[in-house]
Design a protein around this ligand. Sequence first.
Ligand SMILES: [Zn+2]
Length: 291
Amino acid sequence: MLMPTRQPLLRNAMTIDVEDYFQVSAFAPYIARGDWDARECRVERNVDRILALLADNKTHATFFTLGWVAERYPSLVRRIVAGGHELASHGYGHERASDLTPEAFRADVSRAKALLEDLGGQPVLGYRAPSFSIGKSNLWAFDVLLETGHRYSSSVYPIQHDHYGMPDSPRFAYPVREGLLEVPVTTLRLGGRNLPSSGGGYFRLLPYALSRWLIEQVNRRDQQSAVFYFHPWEIDSEQPRIAGIDAKTRFRHYVNIARTEARIAQLLQDFAWGRMDEIFLPSHANEVRFV
Ligand SMILES: [Zn+2]
């Protein structure tokens, strides 16, 4: 059956957290950081597939890129920028902000920003903490982001979750410091709870029509742009399987992974998408593009 044509009310932000399958926080107990270089890297080919998919749909997105990846794949960083996308930071080493001291966090985000700006040749304004790891216990991280020259963060998930989340924090973009905007990933308020509506494992788990409905509700009811996120490894059903992991981690990482690329292609068609800076820092995006 053909779906009726929809006129999207608002443009939403499409974001990609550029990291490889062995770097996800849930695998940290199983894969030593020192072993990363020995693993088969899949991130370059997966990001190239995403760049092709976005180009096919004439869509620009924001790539929150790990410094670790940028250092090893400098030409990939340049292809992201050449494609008209926003290059933003996911930190250097994918350590949760909540696991670091303020000094170590500052070193990590400064290193990533300098590396990305050097390779991309443009200012890096945005930062997303690994595993949405800014919450009540480490709000000092916002001061560090501001001091290191970031203009926005997308690091808080206003939900209840076993690994992250700050359910009482605002659901939409707000100035968390003067000169620094927090742009939380999107939730829908339903039945007194915030439902995750913005990608990740939930997008792979839920039927596509439900994911689409959640974003539509945010656009129509809340009159707000949604922020969607996914990872390059989520479109890679041939990635090496990690052995010996617990059942919950296995399910969360691999559920419906073979279907995700087609679902994202559908999502790109069903809504209008853009870069974080264009949607949430429009005056800045104009400066960069037209001056
Ligand atoms: Zn990440």
